[in-house]
Design a protein around this ligand. Structure first.
Ligand SMILES: [Mg+2]
Length: 232
């Protein structure tokens, strides 16, 4: 059992840290590009057009599969080289909607590692997105009871982390953010004075990627969630 002085407060991301998420969006995008069948745009160009629409809409629609579905429809309406007919629009909508019906697939060694960590530290699940969609994923993950708190936020920015530290009266030097997104998990947490554990995931959403800022000793980079056992 860890002594009191080694007890840490661990904030843990959900999507693509505890369970697969973005891979389902990737599959929908690939199916969308096939369906669109554009005569001159490359797959990369179609993706760039979708990225642009997603970036434009995120502040209005937020994250999650319902917002993604609207973005997919908008991209279709913009790029389709044929008449916009209801059955085809419906098909595009279904590509996005079925993401929400996917099972929650935990990443390797997550269940036992979360169990181990919960016995030694305080764990808080911190995820961003559509509140109801995220709640459902937390419930389906079977991990909820391992966390002393869970929060679904609209964005994970530096202020989000500062607010959590203040509300819960945490010691930033013993608080860690663990996640796969440099933009939402790692950089804002480091900027707020926390420690961070970056666990890259091969299917991280393109709009979550950015350079990880150097952080003199406050950043740990691991290859897999199970490696946390060796550090906590
Ligand atoms: Mg994530």
């Amino acid at each position: 059992m860890a002594s009191d002085t080694s007890r840490q407060f661990l904030l843990i991301d959900g999507d693509d840290t505890l369970w697969d998420n973005n891979v389902y969006f990737e599959q929908a995008i690939e199916a969308f590009i096939d369906f669109l069948g554009h005569s001159s745009m490359t797959r990369e160009q179609v993706r760039a057009a979708l990225d642009e629409i997603e970036l434009m809409n995120v502040s209005v629609h937020g994250y999650g599969s319902a917002s993604f579905t609207k973005n997919l429809r908008q991209t279709y309406e913009r790029l389709a080289e044929r008449d916009l007919r209801p059955p085809e629009i419906e098909h595009v909508l279904q590509l996005g909607q079925r993401i929400a019906t996917q099972p929650v697939q935990l990443l390797p060694n997550v269940a036992e590692t979360v169990g181990y960590l919960a016995g030694r530290h305080d764990l808080m699940l911190l995820t961003k997105g559509h509140p109801e969609e995220q709640r459902l994923k937390i419930e389906k993950s079977g991990l909820a009871s391992r966390f002393t708190a869970t929060a679904v936020v609209h964005e994970k920015a530096e202020e989000t982390y500062r607010a959590i530290v203040q509300e819960r009266q945490l010691d930033p030097t013993r608080t860690w953010m663990i996640g796969n997104s440099p933009r939402s998990d790692i950089n804002p947490a480091l900027q707020a004075g926390l420690n961070a554990v970056f666990i890259p995931h091969e299917h991280t959403w393109r709009l979550e990627k950015e350079k990880v800022t150097p952080a003199d000793g406050r950043l740990l980079v691991l290859r897999a969630f199970g490696e946390l056992r060796a550090h906590f």
